[in-house]
Design a binder for this molecule. Structure first.
Ligand code: GDP
Length: 364
């Protein structure tokens, strides 16, 4: 008998034979997609010409988990690198509801009016769980989304925060090669993602709200320390005075921090994204910072430090992936974990055993 459960002794249980799953991709479509594939040179040429369709497809390759896509993506990135690096990269963070999308729409239009080209990217480590990004979404930036000089891309969704961040960092390179001279990287101000964003931008902007008078509570000191500018949004209507008060509190708090590495004193401003008030002042501040750090050498120093950081991040990522994907490791990991949980071996002995196993099987 094929399935013992189908024996009459097991009343109520019946195993049905499986059905073949329908293909997830329409086979006709697959053919069409194949035909549209560009060569690496065509990708690079298209990107350098500022072709948005080709840029988008290249970013899709960067975001793909498939090995063959990664290989092409890496070649494209390498060939775009000499044309990258010329933009001003700005990290924008704030808790949900702080007004990030409203502000990015307005900030973006402000930059486009001055003749800039803007790419808006996002890092949202929660997007894998929620199956779709809440950041960098076109529908959230309605005005900007209609502009040909704006390129909006939601957060890559696959993998760890480190993986997501690396993809965004690589996407910056492609956008710069495509002629975008301003890049925003948006993130939610609630967790680890700020550190990742901070490691790839020139200026870090923290959007805050005035509230109960306890503005400083609940913001992690680390996030404030990273900020080159703190901007209090929704300074409109009845809220203007409260926003000014919040700004004063932030200024006082910043005085207590040690001097920044850049030599720049972070500024605190109030504005209203919704009513378009105080936007120019924010951009004057950003450009003042850029000029200041270019002059004292910090701009280039920070970019070099970031390049170094990303080299080590990539090494760490690759090491971790190689370790956990190694068949011998995969095979023994759970069993070893159980031994640790049952106090049969210590965590350190377990780790050493797994590492030894990995090193013995590394090329297999
Ligand atoms: P996000 O979650 O940080 O992207 O925030 P949104 O941009 O979606 O804004 C959250 C809410 O605040 C929306 O209802 C906006 O209309 C509102 N909002 C955003 N900026 C302002 C502002 O400057 N003033 C006022 N009064 N409301 C604003």
């Amino acid at each position: 008998m094929e399935h013992p459960e189908n024996d009459s002794a097991y009343k109520g249980l019946k195993v049905n034979s499986g059905v073949t799953e329908a293909p997830t991709i329409n086979p006709y479509l697959k053919k069409r997609i194949k035909r549209q594939q560009y060569t690496v040179s065509e990708f690079v040429e298209g990107i350098l010409k500022g072709n948005i369709t080709i840029l988008s497809q290249a970013v899709t390759l960067v975001e793909s988990a498939k090995h063959e896509h990664q290989q092409i993506a890496q070649e494209i990135i390498e060939r775009c690198l000499p044309f990258a690096g010329k933009s001003i990269r700005i990290g924008i963070t704030g808790v949900p509801g702080a007004g990030k999308s409203t502000s990015i729409d307005v900030f973006g239009m402000h930059l486009l009016k001055q003749g800039h080209k803007l790419a808006v990217l996002a890092i949202d480590p929660s997007s894998e769980r929620s199956k779709g990004s809440i950041l960098g979404d076109k529908t959230r930036m309605e005005t900007l989304a209609k502009e040909k000089d704006a390129f909006i891309r939601p957060s890559p969704s696959a993998g760890s925060l480190g993986g997501v961040a690396r993809k965004t960092r690589e996407t910056i390179i492609l956008c710069e090669a495509a002629g975008f001279d301003s890049v925003f990287v948006e993130t939610v101000g609630v967790g680890q993602s700020e550190t990742a964003v901070h490691s790839m931008v020139d200026f870090f902007l923290l959007i805050q709200l005035a509230g109960t008078g306890d503005e400083l509570q609940g913001i992690k000191r680390g996030i404030m320390e990273m900020a080159d500018g703190i901007v209090i949004n929704k300074a409109d209507g009845d809220n203007v005075e409260k926003a000014k008060l919040a700004a004063a509190q932030f200024r006082n708090a910043l005085h207590l921090f040690p001097p920044t590495d850049s030599g720049w004193t972070p500024k605190v401003l109030t504005y209203s994204g919704y009513y378009n008030i105080g936007i120019k002042e924010i951009w004057d501040m950003v450009y003042e910072y850029i000029a200041f750090t270019k002059k004292n050498g910090y701009f280039d120093y920070k970019r070099n430090e970031q390049a170094k950081y990303w080299m080590y991040e990539s090494i760490n990522d690759t090491l971790r992936d190689t370790f956990y994907n190694n068949p011998a490791v995969k095979n023994m990991l759970e069993q070893t974990e159980q031994q640790v949980l049952h106090n049969e071996i210590s965590s350190f002995v377990a780790a050493k055993r797994m590492m030894d196993l990995f090193l013995e099987n590394i090329s297999k």
